[in-house]
Design a protein around this ligand. Structure first.
Ligand code: DPP
Ligand code: ZN
Length: 876
């Protein structure tokens, strides 16, 4: 396929200042008349052909300035329309008639049907499946949209911007006209039509304008949209308070649909959401679901300024809107909930999703330089690492200068399609600093590593840190340049208090941050009489790995005393990881793993420490995941040995703390009415992780079964079901709970996704057969992305022992299913296929079988560009 390159960017010869669309909706034959005002760019020769993008389109007619074109004036294929000799005038009107079949659109890109509702998804290149267009983000156009449909089939007709007019027509038909005054790229176009229920709200902006809010859901589900509405209002207020950003249209609408490739989409004034991220009440949604809804509602809303008002010049700049908007939604959630807990959760996500990407065959810079299929670049690197890069800018410049830079960004680039260079320039301009070396975070792939050792010279009262940076090679980037790494740190005295120094040399040290810019720094602190413990990368100030020569005593000390909550969590997590890796090696060597008693003791102390938030304690007690352990081991992975190591440690912790865990578990029982707030969720999280430990002890299955039966909300019910099925698979208790859950939620597809997910995650060799069986369950559908992700996605990316079954059966099911999904929906299939990205780190037997599965996929006929790109890069 074609490789798109950043350096090939060139402005287009033509612009489209205004776009007027007239839809006559019909499931099998939607008729669209598009009237495009075309303007030749200054300096472009009049003879330059106008080349528009299409994708599978049927052209019914084409006219310029009211005159139908003759066949020799243009060339039309499903994927391109070329106007060979446009008029000599600089501005003209191009009229296009096309016909599309939403009911047959299973790729869920462009205009399609979901549960009899018409909806659209145009990012990145879906608009060209609706009409011929300059379908690129630097073409900003003012849209007017008329939608016409039978009233009974589609009483609701929505598009971007403000409503202008609506009315009845003959034969039971009606129409609505929408106008969006803000010029926007085609990827932000949206249309929704159908029969939906509405939850209404309103918001008064900082300047006193009244905005009408609407959340549209499947009729009958209105009461499940209350939390999303509340999250929307809080997001609108927060963006005013934190960034001075005010909403700009008279209405803001959100529509929830059940067939959606991503989480949600920020179309101007008309966000379209995966219903998973809108619908919630205590009976159907977990605390994690509530938190995700809050974060995604915020994320899409925040795009109104970072993405919509200021968009991307080209798709290489995707992180300009995504990394920045993730940063903003992280900050929002941190302000709404607990900052320390939020930060730990973010870092866990980054390590679980971005680190393996950065360390494997699909590694790419936050701003890639090449792609074959842009859909494959909506990645953890662009989003999560992109957010970390923005966070580092704030760390380096300080909060006030960062805010001044953001203000300048909005002022300078409002209404434009911008680049990462534009973004960095505002921060250089407000700070007077040169960010050229820092910019490597956008340009260079790979997770930097810092090796750190320390020494104390008591006689000279000097404490020294030797720090060395390296960036591992990544595909097509074997040589790396030195980065600017802001390393937040603290020296901690024996009393747990910060240790002050007289002077420091060897690096710029500023406000608790060592600025690493060279390969090696010897950082000398003078005036230090006692050897301190050193707390490094506090708050996870840089997305790096650390190799620290640190004594376990220091780790234990920091895990109990570090004043930085993140680093304290990190110290304990490092101890757990080290113990798990040691146990893994013992198991491979045929030995029984043994654990230091003080580790389990510390776990007990953290669990019972009333000075710590319950949510924090729950995160601390969560052992590193099997995939996290595998990533830290790096190669020769035997997932069964990792599983055994992890279970042995959990058992050791549970046995050592039985009485205390049990008492704490009892004391945390939910009293009073349900509330999804962070503090209540934290108590449930702590109680549920204690259950997970206690379930490993004698009588554990009974305890979990009672927890399941007594649950009054989905968080507890789903947690108990997972504990029962994962810790006691195949037992009567587990089977009864599964049956009860299924019976209770029969007909509720979103909730049954949890049932699929929990079963797909059951460790062990038998799950592959269970997954095959569940694919035939009436609630499963290979055409629905949420169902596929719950069952196949969970199995392949979150079930290490099941998926990596030594005989390769997991891989075979996986390859077969990916190819089956791909026939309908290449984008979802390609995303699924990334589950094999770490195949080279497996032990040789599994590695050979995983490779076999990848080769099977590679040689399938008519492979989509999406899947081919992933499979070939993974094998390369
Ligand atoms: N809708 C996706 C997001 O908001 C892509 N823009 O991240
Ligand atoms: Zn986004």
């Amino acid at each position: 396929g074609h490789v798109f390159k950043l350096e090939d960017y060139r402005a287009s010869d033509y612009l489209i200042p205004a776009t007027s669309l007239d839809f006559r909706l019909s499931p099998d034959a939607t008729h669209l008349t598009a009237l495009l005002t075309i303007e030749r760019r200054e300096g472009v020769a009049a003879s330059a052909p106008l080349v528009l993008d299409g994708d599978g389109l049927t052209l019914l007619g084409v006219a310029i300035d009211g005159q139908a074109l003759s066949a020799s004036d243009y060339e039309a294929t499903p994927d391109r329309l070329t106007i060979l000799k446009p008029p000599a005038t600089r501005r003209f009107e191009l009229r296009l008639e096309t016909e599309i079949a939403p009911s047959r659109n299973e790729a869920l890109m462009g205009l399609y049907r979901s549960n009899n509702v018409y909806c659209t998804q145009c990012e990145a290149e879906g608009f060209r499946r609706i009409t011929y267009f300059l379908d690129r983000p630097d073409i900003l156009s003012v849209y007017t949209v008329r939608i016409e449909a039978p009233h009974n089939e589609a009483p609701l007709l929505l598009s971007n911007g403000n409503p202008v007019e609506r009315g009845a027509l003959a034969n039971g038909r009606h129409y609505a006209i929408w106008h969006d005054p803000f010029p926007k790229p085609s990827y932000l176009f949206a249309l929704v039509a159908g029969a939906l229920g509405k939850v209404a709200g309103s918001f008064t902006t900082m300047s006193g304008r009244e905005v009408e809010l609407g959340i549209y859901v499947e009729p009958g589900k209105e009461r499940l949209a209350g939390y999303a509405m509340d999250a929307l209002k809080r997001s609108m207020k927060w963006d005013e308070d934190a960034f001075g950003r005010e909403y700009d249209l008279d209405v803001f609408n959100i529509v929830a649909v059940s067939d959606f490739n991503m989480g949600a989409m920020e179309n101007k004034g008309l966000n379209v959401f995966n219903d998973k991220y809108v619908l919630a009440d205590e009976e159907t949604a977990t605390d994690a679901d509530f938190a995700n809804i809050e974060a995604i509602i915020a994320h899409e809303y925040f795009h109104n300024w970072t993405g919509n008002r200021i968009t991307c010049r080209d798709w290489f700049q995707l992180c300009l809107k995504e990394g920045l908007t993730v940063y903003r939604d992280h900050e929002f959630s941190a302000d709404q909930r607990s900052r320390a807990v939020k930060r730990i959760a973010e870092v866990r996500t980054l390590r679980a999703h971005q680190f393996p990407e950065d360390q494997g065959p699909l590694a790419h810079p936050v701003r890639p330089r090449r792609y074959r299929e842009i859909n494959n670049f909506y990645t953890a690197t662009v989003y999560e690492k992109g957010s970390e890069v923005v966070r580092m800018i704030r760390t380096i410049l300080g909060p006030e200068t960062f805010r001044a830079g953001m203000d300048l960004y909005f002022e300078r680039h409002d209404g434009e399609a911008a680049t990462i260079e534009d973004f960095l320039k505002v921060f250089e301009d407000v700070s007077g600093r040169d960010l050229a070396q820092f910019a490597l975070w956008y340009h260079q792939a790979g997770t930097p590593n810092l090796t750190v050792s320390s020494a104390h010279n008591a006689a000279a009262k000097e404490f020294t840190l030797e720090i060395e940076q390296s960036v591992p090679p990544t595909p097509s980037e074997s040589r790396k340049r030195l980065m600017h790494i802001p390393l937040a740190f603290g020296l901690v005295g024996a009393d747990g208090k910060p240790v002050a120094w007289d002077s420091v040399e060897g690096a710029t040290v500023d406000d608790g941050v060592i600025h690493i810019r060279k390969r090696r720094h010897t950082v000398r602190f003078s005036g230090i009489s006692e050897r301190p413990s050193v707390s490094l990368n506090r708050g996870f100030s840089a997305p790096i790995t650390l190799s620290v020569q640190q004594k376990p005593d220091d780790q234990f000390f920091l895990a109990a005393h570090d004043s930085d909550a993140f680093s304290r969590w990190q110290a304990f997590n490092t101890l757990l990881t080290d113990a798990l890796i040691a146990a893994f090696r013992q198991i491979l060597g045929g030995k029984q793993p043994a654990f230091a008693g003080r580790l389990a003791e510390l776990a007990g102390r953290i669990a019972g420490d009333e000075t710590l938030e319950p949510a924090y304690r729950a995160l601390a007690l969560a052992l590193p995941g099997e995939a996290d352990i595998a990533r830290d081991i790096g190669k020769g992975i035997d997932p069964d040995a990792i599983f055994a190591a992890r279970e042995a440690l959990a058992r050791a912790i549970a046995e050592a703390n039985r009485a205390a865990f049990s008492a704490l578990y009892d004391s945390l029982v939910d009293k009073g009415p349900f509330s999804p707030d962070a503090a209540s969720a934290g108590r449930r999280a702590l109680r549920n992780i204690l259950l997970d430990y206690l379930a490993l002890l004698p009588g554990g299955a009974g305890l979990a079964a009672r927890h399941f039966a007594a649950a009054t909300n989905m968080t507890d019910r789903a947690a108990a079901l997972a504990v029962l099925t994962h810790r006691h698979p195949g037992t009567a208790e587990a089977e009864e709970a599964l049956a009860a859950f299924e019976a209770r939620y029969r007909g509720d597809a979103l909730v049954l996704d949890k049932w699929f997910q929990i079963q797909a995650g059951v460790p062990g060799a038998r799950t592959v057969d269970k997954v095959r069986e569940l694919m035939r369950h009436p609630a499963f559908s290979i055409a629905n992305p949420n169902r596929v992700r719950s069952l196949i996605g969970t199995f392949s990316s979150a079930n290490q022992t099941g998926f990596h079954r030594p005989d390769g059966e997991g891989y075979r099911l996986f390859a077969e299913t990916v190819l089956q999904v791909e026939k309908r929906n290449p984008q979802v299939a390609a995303r699924l296929a990334t589950a094999l990205r770490s195949w080279r780190s497996l032990e040789p037997g599994r590695q050979a079988k995983a490779r076999q599965a990848l080769l099977e996929m590679a040689k399938a006929e008519n492979l989509s560009a999406d899947l081919r790109d992933i499979v070939e890069r993974t094998l390369a």
